[in-house]
Design a protein around this ligand. Structure first.
Ligand code: A2P
Length: 345
């Protein structure tokens, strides 16, 4: 009989948490028992899974006893506290937050890119930032054929990246504006409906925000290459779900758009969407709810002989977070890596 696992979702009531529930069911992950954890605020709530309504429990000491796998998506400050406790209780943690991503002992994994990194995990495996994942899935297959020297990215990021409450806020603001009322901004610093603004994560001394530096540093770690020059401008746009990115790539030698197209049409996790006659290219509404990163508008950069331009859209909640986490879990199961470090020592 094949093995099944005791799973806990930390942050089950959030946007990514709900997607994790759906994907676990949809992809038939081998679950022996499922525990739903969130904050004290969610005590008494129930969430549907497998035809049952499962109770949500506030996370507490002891919550991870008899748990094999924790899928954590409750923010960095929550993961910092609870992930080490979960590992101490014998679980393996796949963490969607930024808390451990740049820790040299923690693998940062995109299964289509660097699955081998998961093999040396010490209990925690980090899921990269959503914009980083979407870009890496599209750039890696090209980089493998001809190493990329420089990446210039501009992102158009949906409200979903800031969680379920942010998505609600954009809807409420949109209705308010259409009714001639003042939009109220609580989750975001400014109204996002009918507006856009540079990503509001903290700025460093060079004027780059945290989100932009995640794209720089995480991509280098995932690709195992500190030499790639990367710069990004991240912008929040009034799209509910699915991020878009304009990517400029510079190679050492010319990379023809046709060759790039051929490679990307066969790459895992990528779907080429290009209808030049109809001017139909990836759009967030078509990426929403899909597993693949949609890539298109591949063209020679007219300003550089070795430059390539491409445009992509990907579901931030799905491949940018929940799906990537579940794919890591599936990888651990397949490679028999889902075992407690505590018990095996
Ligand atoms: P809760 O619904 O009880 O606040 P999102 O990214 O969509 O905002 O979701 C965040 C998730 O993280 C929610 O499930 C939220 O639970 C959970 N969460 C936030 N803070 C904590 C905390 N201190 N302890 C446990 N779970 C938390």
């Amino acid at each position: 009989m094949s093995k099944s696992y005791r799973v806990a979702i930390l942050g089950a009531t959030g946007a990514v948490g709900k997607e994790l529930l759906e994907l676990l069911e949809h992809r038939n992950f081998p679950i022996a028992d499922l525990k739903l954890l969130a904050s004290q605020r969610s005590e008494g709530r129930k969430l549907a899974f497998g035809g049952e309504n499962l109770p949500v429990e506030p996370v507490s000491d002891g919550a991870f006893d008899n748990v094999d796998l924790v899928l954590a998506s409750a923010g960095g400050s929550t993961s910092i506290v609870w992930a080490p406790k979960a590992v101490g209780a014998g679980a393996v943690v796949i963490d969607n937050s930024s808390a451990f991503r740049m820790n040299p002992e923690v693998p940062l994994v995109i299964p289509e890119v660097n699955p081998e990194a998961a093999e040396n995990h010490q209990g925690i495996i980090a899921v990269p930032n959503c914009t980083t994942i979407l870009m890496a899935v599209a750039v890696w297959p090209l980089h493998k054929v001809r190493p990329v020297q420089r990446i210039v990215a501009a992102t158009y990021q949906s409200a979903s990246g800031a969680g379920a409450k942010a998505m609600e806020e954009v809807k409420t603001q949109t209705s308010a504006i259409l009714e001639g009322k003042q939009p109220v901004a609580e989750v975001f610093p400014y109204p996002l409906a009918f507006n856009l603004f540079p990503h509001n994560s903290p700025l460093n001394d060079l004027g780059y925000c945290e989100e932009e530096m995640k794209m720089v540093n995480e991509t280098r770690k995932i690709f195992g290459n500190q030499q790639i020059r990367i710069t990004a401008t991240c912008v929040r746009v009034p799209v509910l779900r699915a991020h878009s990115e304009a990517i400029n790539l510079e190679f050492e030698t010319a990379f023809s758009p046709d060759e790039a197209r051929e490679i990307l049409s066969q790459s895992p996790g990528v779907k080429l969407v290009e209808d030049w006659k109809a001017n139909h290219f990836p759009m967030p509404i078509e990426a929403t709810g899909r597993d693949e990163v949609l890539v298109g508008r591949i063209r020679q950069d007219i300003s550089h002989p070795c430059g390539l331009e491409l445009w992509l859209c990907g579901d931030q909640i799905r491949k940018g977070a929940a799906l990537n986490a579940i794919q890591i879990a599936e990888l651990l199961v397949e490679k028999n890596l889902l075992k407690s470090l505590v018990r095996s020592h």
